[in-house]
Write a protein that binds this ligand. Structure first.
Ligand code: PEP
Length: 249
């Protein structure tokens, strides 16, 4: 079966109101030909969600994190229901920066993924090993451990997307070899089919970590890579669209 790829941009803690112009440029350059071969999404800071979502065009808008509860006394947090109400159709959960900076465990990530689904959003569930773990030969074990604990039993290809992001490749300009990416994505695919049967073959598995227009064709061409989660190169329309255009061949 063929899986339509997704290139999702994670703007992290970048983006003032003036960044709307960059998003509008993405919308206008995302023409019919490109729309036919790849889905696009930008996950801006939550403050820009409503504004970007009100822009006309086919680039979807997502959020970067959520609280697991629907509402209540959680100062500064945002529930998936609030994010969906602001225009998010997907929510990134378990990004390594949240796991590292906020001590998020895979169990918490799983409850956030379930919460995103409860609100009607797709959960983009991130997993990935650190440099030390890779050097110790534990990359696959760590990734599959995170995957099994972070993905809810109710997950399916419509409500969940997996993003493999080696921590040491994020924002560093370093990338794994195509063979290393192939190995981890194959292990993720196997784990998903073991757990979810035939449905496991339909999940999108994104690669993330220093994806740029110059390396996108090679990385996106690897078996079981169904798109990219992009940080730095998603901030500029030309770079982001350059990555998407790798799907035009
Ligand atoms: C990310 O943070 O999800 C990411 C992949 O960042 P970058 O593309 O900048 O490495």
């Amino acid at each position: 079966m063929s899986i339509k790829p997704l290139v999702a941009g994670n703007w992290k803690m970048n983006g003032l109101t003036s960044a709307k112009a960059e998003f509008e440029a993405m919308q206008s350059q995302y023409d019919g030909g490109l729309q036919g071969v790849v889905d696009l999404m930008i996950c801006p800071p939550a403050t820009l969600l409503g504004s970007l979502a009100s822009t006309s065009g086919a680039v979807a808008v997502g959020a970067q994190d959520c609280h697991a509860n629907e509402s209540g006394a959680h100062t500064g947090d945002l529930s998936p229901e609030i994010l969906v109400d602001s225009g998010a159709s997907a929510i990134i959960v378990g990004h390594s920066e949240r796991r590292a900076d906020h001590g998020e465990t895979s169990e918490l990530v799983r409850s956030k993924a379930q919460a995103a689904n409860r609100a009607g959003a797709t959960a983009i569930i991130c997993v990935g090993e650190t440099k030390d773990e890779r050097e110790a030969g534990k990359a696959e074990e760590v990734v599959i451990g995170q995957l099994s604990a972070s993905v809810p039993d109710s997950a399916n290809a419509q409500n969940a997307i997996i993003a493999y992001e080696p921590v040491w490749a994020i924002g560093t300009g370093l990338t794994p070899t195509a063979d290393d990416v192939r190995q981890i994505h194959a292990a993720i695919r196997n784990a998903l089919t073991e757990r979810f049967g035939n449905g496991g073959a339909e999940f999108k598995i994104l690669y993330g970590g220093s994806v740029k227009p110059a390396n996108a064709s090679e990385l996106m061409g690897v078996e079981n890579v169904n798109g990219a989660l992009v940080g730095g190169a998603s901030l500029k329309a030309d770079d982001f669209l350059g990555i998407a255009k790798s799907y035009l061949g």
